[in-house]
Design a protein around this ligand. Sequence first.
Ligand SMILES: [Zn+2]
Length: 375
Amino acid sequence: MPILLALCLGWTGSALCLDHVTLHRDGRDIHVDGRLLVTAEDGGLLLQSRDGVLWAVPPEEQVQHTTDDAPFKPYTREELSRRLLAELPRGFDVHRTAHYLIFYDTSRAYAQWCGSLFERLYRAFTNYWTRKGFELHEPEFHLAAIVFADRNSYIKFTRPELGNAGQSIIGFFSLRTNRMTMYDLTKIEALSRYRNRAGTSVQIREILSRPEALRQVSTIVHEATHQIAFNCGLHTRYSDCPVWFSEGVAVYFETPDLRSSKGWRGIGAVNRPRLVRFLQYLHNRPANSLSTLLADDKRFRDPKRSLDAYAEAWALTYYLLRQHPQQYVAYLKMLSEKKPLVTDGPKKRLEQFQGVFGELRQLDADFLRYMLRVH
Ligand SMILES: [Zn+2]
């Protein structure tokens, strides 16, 4: 993620004017109309265009910057559909649901499967937080998901953003573009043997409800959870929301429920694979594990330690939501108000956490005692 300066002059998120910026990047001029979110001390800009994409523009890339008094308005569904279709390779179509625009070049039945999964998750997610006393808002931008028919074109398309990491992940939510990108799970080798040519909605549901598909479907639900959380007021993109917290929410919700067509029984259930990993981690868990999880995001960035960090983030979220739900919501409210590109640093993060949940040592002991009883 491109970062300007940690120190910013101002948050101008509610600007009632439109900024027009021409920037020079990768040998060409790019024109962006949007609202200015942050001006950094060095003159760098964080701009949000009408499709919801965030543009971090350092001073050396800026060619021209003008402002007028036209109000900022996100693209309508039709405008966003048209714009995004123009950015995608040929052959894409769009499937529209209440909150989503699903761009696909695979079967329409698969796009519909995604649409109904996401809408059910959306409903379950927003209901969950309302019941906990935290009111989410409707997304300001239409939620976009891009679904490729095959893995190779997905890898090619995502290379500028992911590099080679696209080879190993089946889908992701981008904080920069605000979009999800993925490919048709029924084309995954281990699952494709169940598929016949027709790919009807019944067959798609049948393939993806198999235990073999659980991990892949969880990944998609996980990414869709991030998108809702970042668009409905749980977190703010490019803010210093701790990774344990945003990932903890995503892993807490990632358990799919494909049996029901209305509810979502999986929410808040024990996430088996994460619990197993966490219990294994306990054999060698350092005494300062909780504080390293909270203070910065390094464990999530280190491939050797990241699976343990995800497991611990799940366990901590599970424990706090069950044992300290009111404090969790108070902490969540504080995090949700964080502004983009303002960095707190480890000391402040620990203070903020302990200010709500109390001293770490005692909480950690209680946390471990509780988790050892979960099964
Ligand atoms: Zn995640």
